[in-house]
Design a binder for this molecule. Structure first.
Ligand SMILES: Nc1nc2c(ncn2[C@@H]2O[C@@H]3COP(=O)(O)O[C@H]4[C@@H](O)[C@H](n5cnc6c(=O)[nH]c(N)nc65)O[C@@H]4COP(=O)(O)O[C@H]3[C@H]2O)c(=O)[nH]1
Length: 917
């Protein structure tokens, strides 16, 4: 059984050898047998041999041969054996003969005697009180019948060697008891043999005694080994002896569970933490196995860990989970398991140091969970340090922004800035974040590809143990889709899905807002209700889809007719409403209505190819005259529209009836003006301008006249503003210029001196970028020298855009054209600009000439204008001079020129000979 097991070298003292020899002799004598003891060293060589006095050399030789061939052939070479046998045997006998027994023990005798008698293996009368030395070891162990049987079955008792094939060669041995001797660790020490040259010479009684001696020797071997280990530890500098009580105190001071199990898995040691954790005293733990303590299932878990440690041959850490069952209170233990070897390298057990890591595991689980949430979240997560530098971002973040990790780590999130939020926004954000530890809101940020997108973002502050800011964590969702949905919903709530025009709700909101603004800025508004006439017939005849087509087209046309600032809304099936801002009077509203009505002039070509015509009835209410709130204005526009419908449809009406009348006339004028040029209804009259001193003609002002066949003679003061509103002024202005220039050429060709012909220039004409070129072209085409042309521009027109006026008038002046400021004094000229304007003449408006010299105000103004003009080295002309008093006064006050009924009304060219020289 012990063959192959490790052997150790621990020297046996002569004293021990002597004692054992005495025991051998004693038992040999009692049992009438012979005895030998042989021991080997770690190299497998025979190190000690003792034999009873009765043993013969040949018998010893035979036994050694047998043991070497059957038990330790590798470790006990025959050559060594034979050499050793003769010398050691002699020496041992010599030693044994000099040794005397020293002790006896009645206690031992009694217990052994009684036990042997009880088991009927030894007669109570057979005295073994002659075992004085064995008692020294206080051996109390005994052999039971079953143990004896086992020993026999293990061939340790050979009653007849001839019956055993492997003993047949030992002819000098008839019967033998062969017991192996082992160190406490199990390492082989040697053999103890009792034999007889005859069969049945040794029996169970001899075996019993042999076992006593063997136990005694093994006990002593344990002591020898302890002493030897202590001596070795001392020599290594370790404490001479570690008291087990101190060791216990030592391990009790640990919070960790410390325990030790021997090679058989039995607990041999544990500390107080173990007692507490397992809720049982140490006495109930030590001496038990895991299975006994915890049951098979848990024991298997523990033993598996032990096995790993033993197999690895080094300390390992095993984490063991003891399932908490339904309570989910898992108990996690982390144990450092350390296979323990004795000083001779032999495995003696496992030491464990266990920590309850349930809390740690729970934290670890939380951490794993958090990490997975971080990784797998569909929301973008970005972590920054307290300085705002990015330390981590998750996968969703990359997907949303298009950046890759390396581009972001260490960067500041301002790289995502969309530029949509100002500094105040971020100041507010940071203040809230630092004050409350959290901020939630919407931010527009920029993706890597430059597109911007809205996020709903929550930023949280993470503090360290002492409350200082450690990190900021921002979790956000891309809400582009949500925003789009919201926009769509808003669109549906406020816009007509067919035409995409604002619906009634939106229109009312806008109307209210416009009314508020008009109130504040003292403006006027027109609300125009437009109802398509008999639209039901279109739907009934052509179907709703054609009806829809026409409504979409109509919406498009109407929209193109209103200004960018104006609002057009569809408030019902065939009902539209327009809100026109920036009007000054009912005429402006009339112009707007006219433009809206134009959309019905062209037929609607639908998908069927049909050309369909529509008309509409319109009603207008004006703010503030027809209502000062949105509801009233809409209601009154509606009422006006019904009146227009009742008047026969395809019509319009103002809420105030007199305005409707005015408007109709205005409209008539408007449409008549379109054909005026072609129909030669326009012509010019000329009014002479005279030098007040010489009373000679210095020039003529060309004044436009319009004689409409139906409407009669219409004043330019009436139709020029209308022409400006409907955009006809350019055409008309050019016609006037050309006509006046041709007249000048005619007079020149007739040899008539007329000085300069003055032509009025409307504001819109001057604002046209082509105006200077138009004038040049007309001069070139007609051949009139520029020195015969004068242009009159009203003061208010010049002041509308003085920089432009300065630039263009200068170019005209450079051509040789004279420039005069018409209606001077009615506008608000800036002296600063007046100085810069390239003008030659100021014309005192006739409103200041009226009633001078009797009207003191006008007299003062006229004087001031003359003084100012002269100070600026400009000529002064007064218009509307009707009386001699006016002329005299003006002359006395150094006014240079004058025109007016006093001298001549505007006349046709053929009637002006008196003024031409
Ligand atoms: N009560 C009174 N009136 C007098 C007297 N002498 C002349 N007038 C009138 O005063 C106006 C002078 O023209 P305006 O100030 O340029 O004022 C002109 C001018 O601003 C504009 N206008 C006339 N012709 C043209 C034109 O060809 N182009 C442009 N853009 N505007 C024109 O129409 C305005 C009115 O022109 P008209 O009706 O011809 O009226 C003329 C003229 O007939 C007088 O002694 N007493």
């Amino acid at each position: 059984m012990l063959v192959g097991k490790m052997m150790i070298d621990v020297p046996i003292s002569q004293q021990d050898l002597d004692n054992w020899l005495k025991d051998l002799n004693l038992v040999a004598e009692i049992s009438n047998s012979k005895a030998i003891l042989i021991a080997w060293n770690a190299a497998g060589e025979l190190s000690s041999m003792l034999s009873s006095d009765s043993a013969a050399g040949s018998e010893i030789q035979a036994l050694l041969c047998h043991l070497s061939s059957n038990h330790s052939a590798k470790t006990l070479p025959n050559a060594t054996l034979s050499a050793a046998t003769s010398s050691i045997a002699t020496q041992s006998k010599a030693v044994s003969s000099n040794t005397t027994s020293t002790l006896s023990s009645n206690t031992f005798e009694t217990s052994v005697d009684a036990q042997l008698a009880q088991e009927q293996l030894i007669s109570p009368n057979e005295s073994i009180s002659v075992l004085p030395r064995l008692a020294h070891h206080q051996i109390t162990s005994s052999l039971s019948v079953s143990e004896l049987t086992e020993l026999v079955s293990q061939s340790q008792l050979i009653i007849d060697t001839r019956q055993h094939s492997d003993w047949r060669s030992c002819s000098s041995i008839g019967s033998v008891i062969c017991l192996s001797l082992a160190w406490p660790s199990g390492a082989n020490f040697g053999f103890l043999c009792f034999y007889h040259h005859e069969a049945q010479g040794v029996d169970s009684k001899t075996l019993r005694l042999a076992k006593l001696i063997s136990d005694s020797i093994q006990h002593r071997l344990g002591e020898i080994l302890s002493q030897h280990s202590a001596a070795e530890a001392l020599s290594r500098g370790a404490p001479s002896n570690i008291d087990t009580v101190d060791l216990q105190s030592f391990i009790d001071s640990f919070e960790e569970h410390i325990w030790m199990k021997n090679a058989a898995g039995i607990y041999t040691l544990c500390n107080r933490s173990v007692e507490k954790a397992w809720e049982m005293p140490r006495s109930e733990i030590v001496g038990k196995s895991d299975a006994e303590l915890f049951g098979e299932d848990i024991a298997n878990i523990f033993l598996e860990g032990d096995r790993l440690a033993i197999e690895s041959g080094m300390p390992i850490i095993v984490a063991e989970c003891l399932d908490g069952g339904e309570t989910k209170n898992h108990l996690w233990l982390e144990t450092l398991k350390l296979p323990t070897l004795n000083p001779h390298g032999e495995f003696v057990g496992v030491i464990g140091m266990t920590r309850n890591i349930s809390k740690h595991k729970a934290v670890e689980e939380q951490l794993t969970l958090a990490t997975n949430v971080f990784k797998n979240s569909v929301e973008g997560v970005v972590v920054t340090d307290r300085h705002g530098n990015i330390t981590d971002v998750n996968g969703a973040f990359f997907e949303i922004t298009g950046y890759v990790r390396d581009e972001l780590i260490g960067q500041n999130p301002r790289i995502f800035s969309s530029g949509r939020h100002d500094k105040a926004f971020f100041d507010k954000l940071w203040n809230a974040l630092l004050a409350n530890g959290k901020w939630n809101g919407e931010i527009w940020n920029r993706r890597k590809n430059g597109t911007i997108f809205p996020q709903n973002i929550t930023i949280s502050t993470i503090y360290d143990e002492v409350g200082d800011v450690r990190y900021f964590v921002a979790v956000f969702a891309d809400i582009s889709a949500q925003k789009e949905n919201e926009a769509q919903l808003t669109h549906l709530a406020y816009f007509d899905p067919l035409t995409h025009l604002p619906n009634r709700m939106k229109f009312m909101m806008q109307l209210k807002q416009e009314v508020r603004q008009a109130k504040r800025l003292n403006l006027q508004l027109a609300t125009v209700m437009i109802d398509v006439d008999l639209f039901k017939h279109i739907n009934d005849s052509f179907g709703h889809s054609i009806g829809d087509e026409m409504l979409v087209e109509l919406a498009k046309r109407l929209r193109s007719q209103v200004g960018d600032q104006d609002v057009l809304s569809r408030i019902g099936g065939d009902e539209f409403v327009a809100l026109i801002s920036g009007i000054d009077n009912s005429e402006d509203a009339t112009v707007a209505i006219h433009q809206l009505r134009q959309v019905f002039e062209q037929p609607f070509i639908v998908s069927t190819g049909d050309h369909l015509r529509l008309t509409a009835s319109m009603g207008v209410s004006l703010y503030p005259s027809d209502g000062t709130d949105a509801d009233t204005l809409l209601r009154n526009a509606d009422a006006a529209m019904y009146r227009a419908k009742n008047d026969g449809r395809n019509n319009y009406a103002f809420y105030t009836e007199s305005l409707t009348q005015q408007s109709f006339e205005h409209l008539k004028l408007q449409s008549a003006l379109y054909g005026a040029i072609e129909q030669n209804a326009l012509y010019l009259m000329y009014q002479p301008k005279l030098d007040l001193v010489t009373r000679k003609t210095v020039g003529f002002e060309a004044l436009l006249r319009w004689h409409d066949p139906q409407l009669g003679l219409i004043s330019p003061a009436v139709f020029i503003p209308v022409a400006e509103k409907i955009g006809l002024i350019h055409e008309i202005g050019l016609w006037v210029l050309e006509t006046a220039c041709r007249q000048g050429i005619r007079w020149l060709s007739e040899g008539k001196h007329f000085g300069r012909i003055a032509v009025n220039v409307a504001g819109q004409q001057l604002q046209r970028s082509s105006f200077v070129d138009d004038v040049k072209r007309v001069l070139a085409e007609t051949g009139l020298p520029a020195k015969h042309l004068e242009l009159e521009v009203t003061e208010s027109v010049m002041m509308q855009n003085p920089d432009l006026a300065i630039r263009d008038l200068k170019r005209l002046g450079d051509l040789g054209i004279e420039l005069s400021v018409d209606d001077f004094g009615t506008g608000y000229s800036s002296l600063n600009y007046l100085k810069k304007l390239p003008i030659h003449k100021l014309k005192i408006d006739q409103s200041f000439v009226r009633d001078i010299p009797f009207d003191t105000n006008n007299t003062a103004i006229a004087k001031a204008v003359i003084a100012l003009g002269h100070a600026l080295k400009l000529d002064i002309i007064a218009e509307g001079v009707e009386t001699k008093e006016q002329a005299d006064f003006l002359q006395q006050n150094q006014c240079d020129q004058a025109q007016g009924y006093l001298f001549s009304r505007p006349q046709l060219p053929e009637d002006l000979d008196a003024f031409l020289s």
